[in-house]
Design a protein around this ligand. Structure first.
Ligand code: NDP
Length: 245
């Protein structure tokens, strides 16, 4: 039996990488999915693929998570179209690694806006609905960089530690509300994430990196595991690292 049949799941950052893989995996398990990001053409292609392959609804809502009213609209439009919100995956994020000495202040601000404020807007937009439903599951995508700080990850890590802190606080506050919270912390995954890095010192450092990253599907499986546990089980933290060969 499909374990998420008739559930409604919103996934932010569904236009590529991990978010796209999560959307497909949740649809595979029977959920109706709401695909959110700024690149609506990519979302539309994914919606078509999902609807051709799985007997679920897939709708596209173009939204920028740094815009509070976009995120409020994402939840309101979902409720209008699909009636409820069972799952909200706070996945959209940017990783603009840089060394502090190179002073990429605009990128620091962008990471705070997307990775922290975007998650806060998601919580603000969806939590009242889940509390009223007395049921729901919020998945926050943090990172191993939200558990350790690496050279050049200082500001990115600060944002991902913040995500982890939000998850921990939510879990404590919501444990009797019917709303479950999962913090997912991936290690390196092969996606578009590193393509946006502009710090030349980091780009040079990455050239010497010798490792085999995870696939986005590996993270989607971990998210699906947390979402398909019995309602009495709250999987609060999942860390997934690649094996070194
Ligand atoms: P991608 O770059 O492939 O995906 C990032 C997603 O975030 C895209 O769909 C992008 O969509 C969306 N996004 C970025 N900015 C905004 C915005 N302002 N508003 C709405 N959506 C936005 O990277 P990943 O799939 O790797 O990243 C997904 C998450 O996983 C991130 O939170 C990242 O920090 C985390 N992570 C990734 C790791 C990795 O190694 N890849 C490791 C640990 C954590 P669009 O541009 O269309 O808006």
């Amino acid at each position: 039996m499909d374990q998420l049949t008739n559930k409604v799941a919103i996934i932010t950052g569904a236009s590529s990488g991990i978010g796209k893989a999560i959307a497909k995996e949740l649809a595979n398990k029977g959920a109706n999915v709401v695909l959110a990001a700024r690149r609506s053409e990519k979302l539309q292609q994914l919606a078509t693929t999902i609807q051709e392959k799985y007997a679920v609804k897939a709708i596209v809502i173009e939204s920028d998570v740094t815009n509070r009213s976009d995120v409020e609209n994402l939840v309101q439009q979902t409720k209008k179209d699909l009636g409820r919100v069972d799952i909200y995956v706070n996945n959209a994020g940017v990783m603009l690694l840089s060394f502090l000495k190179n002073d990429h202040i605009d990128e620091w601000e962008q990471m705070v806006d997307v990775n922290i404020k975007g998650v806060l807007y998601g919580i603000h937009a969806v939590l009242p609905t889940m509390i009223e439903q007395e049921a729901g599951h919020i998945v926050n995508v943090s990172s191993v960089a939200g558990h350790e700080v690496f050279p050049s990850s200082t500001v990115y890590s600060a944002t991902k530690y913040a995500v982890k802190a939000l998850s921990m606080g939510m879990e404590k506050e919501l444990s009797r509300s019917g709303v479950r919270v999962t913090n997912v912390s991936p290690g390196a995954v092969e996606t578009e994430l590193t393509e946006h890095i502009t710090d030349g010192d980091v780009i040079d450092m990455f050239k010497d990196r010798n490792m085999t990253p995870l696939e986005s599907d590996d993270i989607a499986s971990a998210v699906a595991y947390a979402l398909t546990q019995p309602e009495t089980v709250n999987v609060n933290e999942v860390i997934v690292r690649p094996m070194h060969k």
